[in-house]
Design a protein around this ligand. Structure first.
Ligand code: AMP
Length: 216
């Protein structure tokens, strides 16, 4: 099963991907996570990506497309995957369509939320530096402040989850990523999910879409 999770930053893509990978045993491929790992390790890619990420801008398409092609060629992608945070532009989507030929993505799950919800979610979002677990300071805080329930790692606020950067990320999303809703709707792959519901309700809605796809 090959899936794309599409939606604004803070729509809940990462949270829902965590649930889908548990159930369907396919890897989550998050270009944001791959980039953050490279920034942390100060690789050449990380040094290049950092300046864009700090401002909430998109990393150039050619860099991202290269990363994804390498990742999709790995063994664990044979039975499918969930793309989280990719594609984010029309050229990225076109490159993916080309790279997969004659194969295709099975479904694009579009998690729809308003800007107000995004701002509330992102400004209170915290993540584990070690395992990537996602928390929300109001709805789902870690039991002990600053410590991950799952692995004991440090729970922190991403630099780009600070208010000034959130606003720019939303602007970039509306301008560059939202056109993908039409792109995938035109190709008959898009399913829209109401992202303002609770985490469990959204997971149920996604599950009923995926159960109809079945198999790999
Ligand atoms: P995310 O964790 O998905 O919110 O991504 C964090 C940041 O990484 C984004 O704000 C971009 O700067 C960069 N990034 C992640 N995925 C992509 C992508 N597909 N295209 C361009 N930039 C990306």
């Amino acid at each position: 099963m090959k899936l794309i999770l599409l939606g604004a930053p803070g729509a809940g893509k990462g949270t829902q991907a965590e649930k889908i990978i548990d159930k369907y045993k396919i890897p989550q491929i998050s270009t944001g996570d791959i980039l953050r790992e490279n920034v942390k390790n100060q690789t050449e890619l990380g040094l290049k990506a950092k300046e864009y990420m700090e401002k909430g801008e998109l990393v150039p398409d050619d860099v991202i497309i290269g990363i994804i092609k390498d990742r999709l060629a790995k063994d664990d992608c044979r039975n499918g995957y969930i793309l989280d945070g990719f594609p984010r532009t029309i050229p990225q989507a076109e490159a993916l369509t080309e790279a997969l030929k004659p194969d295709k993505i099975d479904k694009v799950i579009f998690i729809n939320v308003s800007d107000d919800v995004v701002i509330e979610r992102l400004s209170l979002r915290r993540v584990c530096k070690n395992c990537g677990a996602i928390y929300h300071m109001k709805y789902n805080p870690p039991k002990e402040e600053g410590v991950c329930d799952k692995c004991g790692g440090e729970v922190y606020q991403r630099d780009d989850d600070k208010e000034e950067t959130i606003k720019n990320r939303l602007k970039v999303y509306r301008e560059q990523t939202e056109p993908l809703v039409k792109y995938y709707s035109d190709s008959g792959l898009l399913v829209e999910i109401d992202g303002t519901k609770s985490v469990d309700e959204i997971a149920n809605d996604i599950d009923s879409v995926l159960s109809k796809i079945g198999g790999n």
